[in-house]
Design a protein around this ligand. Structure first.
Ligand code: BEZ
Ligand code: FE
Length: 338
């Protein structure tokens, strides 16, 4: 007789170790009991913030399903959409961020976390095209290789809220070329282009050559593109120039400037535009002026803008007000669901 063949070991399904609630839930014989049970389940989280977020999320999700009377087919479509969104993500493509962007959620999170304070420059969405590999660009030099677009000179100062210069601040800046593509969208990318890392000088000044920004569509070849088509929405961002300004002791500023007159200014598909970030561009025709600044010839466009940073303490103070308001909301929420 031959030896008995090896019986494969079957691993028993392993529970996560938590037992049933000490007090049994009522059986969910109707939708309202189901909602109450689902919210109660989230109350077991030890951390109050975690508890608040997940109880609130559950409440709003249930409310959404009830208010829309969603059908089984519609819910399956939503599940398939989210599945496709995840499948579209790679190390270079983040479709979930894009989804959050087109719902205005990224801009909302940004607005709540960077409250507007006095003269400080307002923030704007980071977007998915910032990279860490920008070259260091000396004062007055170019972030764009020749032929990437119409010439633009960008200059101004980095200041604190008292109007004093901030020297040695790091300024990251990035934009598309005149075809509306970031360097990372080219499969044959040789290295960083239309992006650079600069420093403010002793008087807080910065200056660099770039190209005139153009409006461009956000990537439309994934589920988010399909969604925008479904709801008959355009997928364009108005022309803009991204900036990220950092200096030790100051709150990091992530923002963008939006030249006036762009047809998409008031319908940015990711809600990044704020009035204070809309800027005027000036056309300078003179060849001589152009050469003085390192361009081959005129004309060129001038963009002058000062950035005002909050100190860490000023930013913390502004955030504290938001946090205090949140604690009140949390207390109100507990009353609402009890
Ligand atoms: C951008 O400005 O680079 C951007 C922001 C949000 C979504 C897509 C692009
Ligand atoms: Fe952009």
């Amino acid at each position: 007789m031959s030896a008995p063949s090896e019986v494969p070991k079957v691993n028993k399904a392993v529970s996560n170790g938590y037992g049933p609630p000490a007090e049994p839930f009522p059986l969910p014989d109707n939708a309202d009991i189901l909602t109450q049970n689902a919210i109660k389940y989230m109350s077991f989280a030890g951390d109050p913030r975690t508890r608040f977020i997940f109880q609130n999320l559950t409440r709003h999700l249930h409310q959404f399903v009830k208010e829309t009377d969603i059908t089984t087919e519609e819910w399956m479509t939503a599940i398939q959409f989210l599945t496709a969104t995840g499948q579209k993500c790679t190390s270079l493509r983040q479709e979930f961020i894009l989804l959050s962007d087109v719902f205005g959620v990224s801009a909302l999170v940004d607005a709540i976390n960077n409250p507007n304070v006095g003269s400080a420059t307002e923030s704007s969405v980071l977007g998915p095209f910032f990279t860490e590999d920008a070259n260091d660009v000396p004062f007055g030099e170019s972030i764009a290789s020749e032929g990437k677009g119409e010439y633009m000179l960008v200059q101004g100062r980095i200041l604190n809220t008292a109007g004093e210069p901030i020297p040695d601040a790091t300024i990251e800046t990035w934009e598309t070329d005149d075809l509306g593509f970031y360097d990372t969208q080219y499969t044959d990318r040789q290295g960083p282009d239309c992006r650079g890392r600069l420093k403010s000088d002793a008087e807080g000044r910065y200056q660099y050559r770039a190209v005139v920004p153009v409006s461009y569509p956000i990537p439309g070849d994934g589920p988010v593109g399909t969604l925008l088509e479904l709801v008959h929405r355009h997928n364009n961002r108005p022309s803009h120039l991204h900036m990220m300004v950092e200096k030790k002791g100051y709150h990091k500023l992530v923002t963008a400037l939006y030249p006036e007159g762009d047809p998409y200014l008031t319908s940015d598909t990711v809600y990044g535009v704020k009035k204070s970030l809309v800027v005027k561009l000036t056309k300078i025709e003179s060849d001589e002026e152009a050469r003085k600044h390192g361009f081959k010839k005129g004309p060129f466009t001038l963009l002058t803008h000062d950035y005002v940073l909050l100190t860490d303490d000023e930013a913390r103070e502004a955030r504290k007000k938001v946090t205090e308001a949140n604690l009140l909301k949390e207390a109100e929420f507990q009353k609402l669901i009890s």
